[in-house]
Design a protein around this ligand. Sequence first.
Ligand SMILES: [Zn+2]
Length: 407
Amino acid sequence: MTTPRAQKILQRLDLLAELSDRQDCLCREFGTLASAQGRDLVRQWMKEAKLKVSVDNMLNIRGVLDLGKPKTFLMGSHLDTVLNAGKFDGTLGVLLAVDQAERLEKQDLMLPYNLEVVGFSEEEGVRFMKPYLGSMTLAGTFRPEYLQLRDKEGITLEQVVKENGQTPQAVMQDGFSRAQLAGYLEVHIEQGPVLDQLQLPVGLVTDIVGQQRHQISFVGLAGHAGTVPIKQRKDALLGAAELVTYVEKLALEYRDMVATVGTLEVLPGRINVIPERVNMSLDIRHAHKDEMQQAVNKLREKTSSIAKKRQLLSYWEALSEVDSVQCNTQLNAVLRESIMESGYPVKHLVSGAGHDAVVLSGITPVCMLFVRCKEGISHHPLEQASLEDIESAIKVCDNFFDKLAAI
Ligand SMILES: [Zn+2]
């Protein structure tokens, strides 16, 4: 049995999915006409829920259930999408937050905090290759130089903010102080297959993984594919191949570690020439910083030993590093009880993808609830969360806020 609340959320997801920058697929990038239209719809729904609505200078839409309390609890997710997106990623969390605020307002439930629902404007980082612009604004970590970021057409973030009727220089004043916030809850589709395989509707996120990105190169010597004997070659690709398989082997030695070589550039890249240089990428993720660093150190050592054995040169360049985030123990205890009271076993999950909660964790305790998505598919039109699972998420959120009200 599903309730009108879950059906309303699904209808709203459909309405938002019709708003796209492109005709051929769903795509709502930061600051576009479709994103403004999406914001207008959410504004209307927030008003129906009797929230005080505003749009801040980074185009986040914010609806407040003002209970006259000194602190505010945040709930939300993001409204922007990737190219050729599904309709649930991010948006589901925003609509569940609007639904929850509406229930709290109608039932006159006295929370010890105000509730602010946030539809973040930019989480995916598609347009300016910089994720989390929306949540960084709330967390007070947005830096003025980001306003000069340019999209593919050369348009700056500053221009886009202005075109949308906001004041770029005021972005830095849109943040909260730590003292103003009580916590943040984000509901998001899992984007992985674990809940689907276990046939569970929801899961509790314990950690959001940290991530390191590296560029590795092997350099050998090009030569004729027909005349240089195998034993006398300095084949850079063979070095890279050894490292690629070692990446898999090493990742399997750690619980919940994932590591991916996603690009491999072979130079000069001719069918009859021994590869002289290979540039490869490494993306490695884990919930514990020390273990990830240990794995990266082992990979660096392995890279050097492969190069030495094969008489190659090797180069290693660290590109980026984001620390892992632990969800808040107290909030997770409340969420755990809420899941159990809703009648579901509690599955602990580590999020392999980043979320706005990562940024907000710098300023307030965060927790996350994952909702099963069919076969773990996301960032794709086939992404799907069922009506029944949306219902389950509503139930858990109801219990969560009832518990917060009782504290
Ligand atoms: Zn997302």
